[in-house]
Design a protein around this ligand. Structure first.
Ligand SMILES: Nc1ncnc2c1ncn2[C@@H]1O[C@H](COP(=O)(O)OP(=O)(O)O)[C@@H](O)[C@H]1O
Ligand SMILES: [Mg+2]
Length: 397
């Protein structure tokens, strides 16, 4: 690997000098070099594994680039994500981010195996999940039948556990920022694993991330304060999680214009039903059997997570508690922060530019977890409601 010497130099600088013996330094260097070998896949290996990134092996294409299925010589299946990274992104920053991400491990997170940075392209190598992502099941009339109530409830709790880990327990706090159905991958037993955590960290100040939101329609999952002002906190993820929970129990996307104006917006519709005491009308009609108490709790929980008031949204610790305790009485949710799907808002780029400014500073932040949106919050709401009616971009997955 030709870049190894460059990387070794970078490590040398970080090796503590002082009064240590030359032998100890050499041992450190050898350990660092070994770590790098573990971290990097050779381009040739990935080319062979993916049949030279053939179209046939392509699993999907998100805002960050295409994803390919691959098979390593030892029989291990992998998913290779080619990142449309700007070449300005330094190898050292990239390596540091990947090293951090490799330490983020949990049963409800997709495992990152390593990366490849040979040539102009940078890639991430993940474990391959045979059932693809939740959206493939949930939003497909036939496939959604395989998601019975028990499975859905376990997906709701599994994603909560993964997010709790990212927010509170991981070696460094990670705010995901792109929680959505296509970022929940399913293993062979339909256990959920969150993917793409920490990806935004690899795109400091990049327009690519803006495109991600546009292309993949992530707007429907974004909290209003984040979409409008780039205010980022753990509650940004809590909001997206709430939208996801409502999608899981209702079996429909957060916005579906074909359902007519009353039902098109999932949050607005769920709120209306909840207030009318008819929350269970939201449940996916394809679910022939479900647990009423759990279903009602999930809807209430989803609405609590999507409240306009950031401070009133529970953190993932509370969410986890609500899901794991039978005796927990959930508070009544306040008004949801409906921000719609954006589409052609005039302020979209401004809002997202702010977001990207935050990308640099707060990606894994020292946030307290609560960002107050006081001034202008009514404006946010008014504007948001307007944005629903003017939005014209079809919701992504
Ligand atoms: N590790 C993986 N195993 C199996 N399928 C994957 C994996 N990672 C991604 N995919 C599939 O590739 C698609 C594209 O992924 P991605 O580039 O992250 O875009 P997005 O998340 O916006 O859909 C996903 O929707 C998912 O179905
Ligand atoms: Mg993804």
């Amino acid at each position: 690997m030709t870049f190894l010497s460059v990387l070794r130099t970078c490590f040398e600088k970080t090796v503590r000098r002082g009064r240590r013996s030359a032998a100890a330094e050499e041992a450190d260097e050898a350990a660092a070099a070994n770590e790098l070998w573990d971290l990097f896949f050779e381009l040739g290996t990935l080319q062979v594994a993916t049949n030279f990134f053939s179209e046939h092996n392509q699993l999907g294409h998100g805002g960050f680039g295409p994803v390919y299925k691959g098979l390593l010589p030892n029989g291990q299946e992998i998913a290779v994500k080619k990142l449309s990274l700007d070449s300005r992104q330094g190898l050292r920053e990239f390596t540091n981010e990947v090293k951090l991400l490799l330490k983020i491990q949990h049963k409800n997170l997709v495992t990152l195996f390593g990366c490849c940075a040979e040539g102009p392209e940078k890639m991430l190598v993940y474990e391959f999940l045979p059932n693809k992502s939740l959206d493939y099941f949930l939003f497909d009339k036939e496939k959604s039948a395989s998601l019975n109530w028990r499975t859905r409830y376990e997906i709701v709790t599994g994603v909560a556990r993964g997010l709790l880990y990212l927010h509170e327990e991981a070696p460094e706090r990670i705010i995901h920022r792109d929680i959505k159905a296509s970022n929940i991958l399913l293993d062979e037993h339909l256990n959920p694993k969150i993917s793409d955590f920490g990806l935004a960290r690899l795109f400091p100040g990049e327009d690519t991330h803006v495109n991600t939101f546009r292309i993949s329609g992530t707007h429907g999952y974004m909290s209003p304060e984040y979409a409008m002002h780039g205010y980022l906190s753990v509650k940004t993820d809590v909001f997206s999680y709430g939208v996801l929970v409502l999608e899981i129990v209702s079996g429909r996307k957060n916005h579906d214009g074909r359902l007519g104006s009353e039902k098109a917006d999932l949050l607005g519709y769920a709120w209306m039903l909840y207030q009318a005491g008819r929350a269970l009308d939201l449940i996916d009609p394809s679910l022939t059997k479900f647990n009423n108490d759990e279903a009602a709790m999930c809807i209430q929980l989803g609405l609590l997570c999507c409240q306009q008031s950031v401070a009133d949204r529970p953190d993932m610790n509370s969410v986890h508690l609500m899901l794991s305790s039978d005796s927990f009485t959930l508070p009544r949710p306040g008004k949801p922060g409906i921000q719609g799907r954006g589409g052609r808002w005039t302020t979209t780029s401004t809002a997202l530019t702010n977001t990207n400014t935050n990308t640099n500073t707060n990606a894994t932040s020292t946030h307290s977890g609560v960002t107050k949106v006081s001034a202008g919050s009514s404006f946010v709401e008014d504007f948001s409601r307007n944005s629903i009616s003017v939005s014209s971009i079809d919701e992504g997955r």
